[in-house]
Design a protein around this ligand. Structure first.
Ligand code: FEO
Length: 407
């Protein structure tokens, strides 16, 4: 089998992850032109321990890797740093092989896993500051919530000074050499990964980095991409820098307004431009007008992340909005975007249901819909441009009034 390699990281600590050269997009929206790896680690301590597993589709190759190191029925613990299925996907199969093994994770992680696996399993719930006793070694638990799920923890193998961080400090980058000093420059992949996956959670990233600063770290083992035995300081410092820059951007409120529209015949696009004129009359804003039909979802998500307010424009077609707008909804994170000022506009022919429908979705996603949306029957005619300018101006003014410091 081609991908059969395991790597020794330190004596009795191994990488047994899998290589995925062929993945095109991750989480449906993230372009992965360098492929990715799903990193799993094995600690051959008195308590035989796996840290995270791999995506379920790689079960066959993964099992062979485990078998090359140990009898899978003799594994004592699986430590789950994060439950997303690219890391937890093989736990169900391992439990079938070895029903007595114990799964260790945060409370949320165990809850999520219970839902995923659907059967009872032995577990130990851990929290920040706890220690997992492996007999001759110890794993210290570091709470790192919302990086990028609420369930996340880091684990630190004290005797070997290895920090396991799952998605943090990872990258979608695939090279079988795996060690950072052997794979060449992959900073483009590292930065892109941070920007798409972790930047929205910069506040939590900075807290986690503060927590790991006192540790004596020799190696960081992330959940994707190269193992950081030479460049972990640079990767942590890069992540810290990018997180601080993002927090600075958030402080400059009232600046960035995303005006995202879809337009069947150009009317809603014209509305967007007219509304932008009105917003500019209200203050000094950076307005980003985007046709959501012609932008990659990953790029659109980045624009949502970087915006301080969002206006969405959609025509009404058959009493509904359109698929690209539903995709946009999926990119809004109530956790991250809660309270972001918003408004809706759109053209219609017979009726104008899309505006109200989008408003309701945005409210359910916890955005702050500042003013009642505007729906125009076709466009432009009969003073509608002035009305749209006023709509934009009113939004800009209310936005300025509503500005508060970020949490
Ligand atoms: Fe790599 Fe959030 O999973």
């Amino acid at each position: 089998m081609k991908d059969s390699k395991v790597l020794e990281i330190k004596p009795e600590v191994f990488w047994l992850g899998v290589l995925d050269y062929d993945i095109i997009t991750f989480d449906i929206v993230m372009e992965t032109k360098f492929g990715t790896t799903y990193n799993s680690y094995f600690i051959n301590a008195e308590k035989k321990t796996i840290i995270d597993t791999v995506k379920e589709t790689f079960w066959d190759v993964y099992l062979k890797k485990i078998e090359s190191l140990t009898d899978p029925t003799k594994i004592d613990y699986i430590v789950v740093n994060h439950t997303e299925p690219d890391h937890s996907g093989c736990i169900r199969n391992l439990l079938k092989l070895s029903p007595d093994l114990t799964v260790i994770g945060s409370g949320q992680a165990l809850n999520y896993l219970q839902e995923m696996i659907g059967k009872p399993f032995k577990s130990i719930k851990v929290k920040d500051g706890d220690t997992i006793d492996l007999g001759n070694k110890k794993l210290k638990v570091i709470g790192a919530p919302n990086l990028h799920w609420p369930d996340t923890i880091y684990t630190y193998l004290e005797e070997d000074q290895i920090l396991f961080t799952c998605d943090s400090f990872g990258a979608h980058f695939c090279k079988e050499e795996m060690f950072d000093d052997k794979v060449g420059d992959y900073s483009e992949a590292f930065d892109y990964y941070f920007d798409v996956i972790l930047r929205p959670f910069s506040k939590f990233m900075l807290k986690a980095i503060e927590k790991i600063k006192p540790l004596n770290i020799a190696i960081i083992c992330p959940g994707h991409g190269p193992i950081l035995r030479s460049s972990w300081q640079r990767c942590v410092s890069n992540s810290e820098q990018r997180a601080m820059e993002y927090m600075e951007i958030l402080k400059h409120k009232n600046k960035r307004i995303l005006l995202a529209y879809i337009s069947a015949y150009g009317y809603t696009a014209q509305m967007a431009r007219q509304i932008a004129i009105g917003i500019e009359q209200a203050g000094d804003f950076d307005i980003d007008i985007v046709d959501i039909e012609n932008i990659l979802l990953g790029d659109l998500e980045e624009k949502i992340v970087m915006s301080n307010a969002i206006l969405i424009g959609s025509p009404t077609i058959n009493q509904n909005t359109l698929l690209p707008v539903y995709k946009l909804f999926s990119l809004i994170s109530p956790l991250r975007d809660k309270g972001k000022p918003a408004a809706v506009f759109g053209s219609y022919g017979w009726s104008g249901e899309a505006v109200k429908l989008i408003e309701d979705h945005l409210k359910n996603l916890k955005l702050n819909v500042l003013i009642e949306g505007v729906a125009e029957k076709f466009y432009p005619n009969n003073g509608k441009a002035e009305r749209l300018t006023l709509f934009g101006k009113s939004f800009g003014e209310k936005f300025l009034e509503s500005a508060t410091e970020p949490e």
